[in-house]
Design a protein around this ligand. Structure first.
Ligand SMILES: NC(=O)c1ccc[n+]([C@@H]2O[C@H](COP(=O)([O-])OP(=O)(O)OC[C@H]3O[C@@H](n4cnc5c(N)ncnc54)[C@H](O)[C@@H]3O)[C@@H](O)[C@H]2O)c1
Ligand SMILES: O=C(O)CC[C@@H](O)C(=O)O
Length: 387
């Protein structure tokens, strides 16, 4: 029986895929696998029972990836599963940010007792006028699952779109419309664009990328949208830039005390992926990936271990090993089986950075004694008997 803990509510359409071999548990410490959305795992001790964490979403900055890898815990995410949800909210808020729609709506609500409200509106509406997005320059930073959809969609709404992503995948490049212009540097985006939307992960190199110096390069009144992560932006600097008029509007999906209520900031309560479609897609993908890992040892869409697909085991036994990516590991695994006179008809070994993963199908059922012998090899981080 596999024990599953949910750190955040995850859509039932995903949870319902778990079969009778799975049990939901309340405690993180009792789990073999964990489903999480935005809750932080950084502060939690990883129990020995834990084999995998699946992030029902894209960003994994709430999970200690290295600590998990060291403990043989595979971390999954669900690439692209919520990208359309984010694309749609970016389009909506970009249009909202181009006029003072919220200012106007709030003002009208404050006039609700006035019997002359209709006349008042016609007299005052010019205070809330803005510009159209057609023909304006949009910079899209990060052309992954979300950035590509955003760039293509806003180009179809007649914006002149510039994209910047030095690490763009072949897959994403195929999906990008030929009308998207390639920016050669971030600086080009900062200097040229009227609107900038950012779709990169939060990493050491992207943290604080919107700061005093970068705001100085931008056009006066530039409108910035951040549906990626809070810490990409230095709050004190953007508040200053909004006050001076350098930045015209800041749309953020990550409200915090420094930006909430500041004039020119449109705070959205982390709604980027909050659509039933996105939540269902993420839950289904996360649960399927966990089940395939727990039942078959296969890895798909991990962010700290390599992908690996051995299908369903049709031999007598299967052992899965999470280990360091160092010399001499494979020969030690195979010689352990050779000493027991056990044949290995099939195996796979993959690596990703410092970590590697090996699955061996063997001609007799795996035993705890065999698993113990493998676990004792220096560099092995976890051994699981799949069959
Ligand atoms: N607001 C929400 O609810 C919500 C939902 C989904 C994702 N997100 C955030 O959006 C981010 C992007 O999501 P995605 O699904 O598009 O991820 P993705 O992995 O498909 O795309 C990220 C892209 O950023 C690029 N990139 C990385 N560093 C870069 C840099 N320094 N400059 C330019 N490009 C860089 C990568 O090459 C990749 O193409 C996630 O990491 C997450 O933080 C937020
Ligand atoms: O789970 C959510 O609602 C947000 C997910 C989003 O931030 C992500 O990175 O995928």
């Amino acid at each position: 029986m596999f024990k599953i803990n949910c750190l955040n509510p995850v859509a039932n359409v995903g949870l319902n895929l778990f079969t009778k071999h799975y049990e939901m548990v309340d405690q993180f410490n009792d789990a073999n696998a964990v489903l999480v959305r935005s809750s932080s795992v950084h502060e939690l001790e990883l129990p020995h029972s834990l084999d995998a964490i699946a992030r029902a979403g894209a960003g994994v900055n709430n999970i200690p990836l290295e600590k998990c890898a060291e403990n043989g815990v595979v971390v999954f995410n669900t690439p692209g599963a919520n990208a359309n949800g984010v694309k749609e909210i970016v389009i909506a808020t970009l249009i909202i940010a181009s006029r003072d729609i919220f200012g106007g709506v709030n003002w009208v609500n404050s006039c609700k007792e006035d019997p002359e409200v209709a006349k008042l509106v016609e007299k005052n509406k010019s205070k809330f006028a803005g510009t159209e997005i057609k023909g304006k320059k949009l910079g899209v930073i990060g052309l992954g699952a979300i950035g590509v959809l955003v760039a293509n969609a806003l180009n179809k709404l007649d914006m002149e779109v510039y994209g910047f992503d030095p690490f763009i995948s072949v897959d994403a490049a195929w999906k990008l419309s030929k009308f998207i212009k390639q920016a050669k540097s971030l600086e080009e985006i900062y200097r040229e664009c009227d609107f900038i939307t950012v779709h990169v992960p939060l990493t050491d190199s992207t943290k604080g990328m919107f700061n005093k110096e970068t705001f100085e390069m931008m056009k006066d009144g530039v409108k910035i949208l951040n549906f990626s992560r809070d810490s990409l932006v230095i709050d004190e600097d953007i508040v200053e830039a909004l006050k001076s008029g350098k930045v015209g509007r800041y749309v953020t999906d990550f409200p915090n005390p420094k930006v909430c209520g500041v004039e020119g900031v449109i705070t959205v309560p982390h709604l980027g992926a909050s659509t039933s479609e996105s939540e269902d897609n993420c839950a289904i993908m996360a649960v399927k990936q966990l089940m395939d890992y727990l039942e078959n040892g296969n890895i798909k869409n991990s962010v700290n271990y390599p992908n690996c697909d051995m299908g369903v085991c049709n031999q007598a036994g299967r052992i899965a090993i999470n280990h360091r990516n160092i010399p001499n590991m494979l020969s030690q695994f195979t010689s352990t089986f050779a000493k027991e006179n056990i044949n290995i008809p099939d195996m796979i070994n993959k690596s990703k950075g410092k970590y590697a993963y090996t699955v061996l199908d063997i001609e007799s059922p795996s035993t705890p004694e065999l698993a113990k012998k493998i676990r004792e090899i220096d560099g092995v981080l976890k051994v699981r008997i799949i069959k």
